[in-house]
Design a protein around this ligand. Structure first.
Ligand code: ARG
Length: 315
């Protein structure tokens, strides 16, 4: 098993003990938990970040400052920063995602909805922009950000050093855990049991893919044992059909897939802990600062937490 962020494990174990979820998070959850207010969401001083967003001076040291500022000044600073923003389309914030990843992004009819879409819309609102969502293959998102096809990738995307070579990441807005899904009657009980030549399904280009495809010396299972699918749901279907022995994927989508397919379960041992953030072009520091400023305000006023709570049930 990998030990990338062992420090976080304790906290995540607690989170993983939560059952239920509901994954789909669909309309019934809509009015969910209401406002859980600032509570745990308050993390950093928005003031310091906003000043760097507005002034574009020093690159913002995210979440490091100490003081807690009032929100009025912050909002105006964030939208002031928006005045000088460059986006792909004037007045529009274009978000690239892969909309088969409930509850972060998924289709409800023709519409893409979910945690990331709501967070992106809240950011766009702060910046005086209209949100547009572009659905694409997950492994095309970084290229789309780099190539100026979309302004930001928001896709339950994990911050990794490899990706950081190609794009900048905003401050993190959520955490994820890679977990292993197996059939209910599987003999596989821990990630270590995958080592003896089991076939593992993943979504192409995800961290689950990267970890699983790595060499055994690096904690992986070897490329030859990994089947890559363009959607997570296709990997899960392959598991149901007995074409693979396990699927490695993020915990919240895993819960959602297990709920909508008979006879599957999630192993209790986590595989890797991760941070999700928005991917933004290295050529657009103005947008990076503005998104971080908006995120900081949305954390401080409880918006991010209440969006998460609406889709991820805590029981
Ligand atoms: N967290 C994983 C990664 O960054 C999986 C994300 C998949 N997201 C999606 N929208 N399909 O690689």
């Amino acid at each position: 098993m990998k030990k990338l962020t062992a420090a976080v494990i304790a906290g995540v174990l607690a989170a993983a003990a939560l059952t239920g979820c509901g994954g789909s998070g669909s309309s019934s959850a809509a009015s969910g938990s209401g406002t859980s207010a600032a509570g745990s969401a308050v993390e950093s001083s928005a003031a310091s970040e906003v000043s760097s967003a507005a002034g574009s001076s020093a690159s913002s040291e995210t979440g490091s400052a100490a003081s807690e500022a009032g929100s009025v000044a912050e909002s105006s600073a964030a939208s002031e920063a928006a005045g000088s923003l460059t986006t792909v389309k004037d007045g529009v914030l274009t978000m690239g995602t892969n909309a088969y990843f409930p509850p972060y992004e998924y289709y409800e009819g023709e519409e893409v909805t979910g945690i990331d879409v709501e967070i992106a819309r809240a950011i766009a609102d702060k910046l005086g922009l209209t949100l547009e969502v572009e659905d694409m293959d997950f492994d095309a998102i970084i290229t789309a950000v780099q190539g100026g096809k979309v302004d930001m990738g928001l896709a339950g995307m994990t911050v990794t050093p490899d990706r950081q070579e190609n794009v900048n990441f905003s401050d993190s807005y959520a955490t994820g855990v890679q977990v292993v899904i197996v059939k209910e009657d599987s003999e596989i009980a821990t990630p270590d049991d995958l080592a003896d030549g089991k076939k593992i399904g993943v979504q192409l280009g995800t961290t689950g893919d990267t970890y699983a495809s790595d060499t055994p010396e690096n904690g992986g299972y070897g490329e030859e044992n990994v089947e890559k699918y363009s959607k997570g749901a296709d990997a899960v279907m392959a598991l149901v059909q007995g074409k693979v022995d396990a699927v490695i994927i993020d915990n919240e989508p895993a819960k959602s897939f297990v709920e909508s397919n008979e006879g599957l379960k999630i192993l209790e041992t986590e595989y890797v802990n991760e941070d999700y953030a928005a991917a933004i072009s290295k050529d657009n520091d103005g947008l990076l600062d503005a998104v971080n400023g908006a995120l900081s305000e949305l954390k401080a006023d409880g918006t991010i937490q209440s969006i998460l709570d609406k889709y991820i049930s805590a029981n």
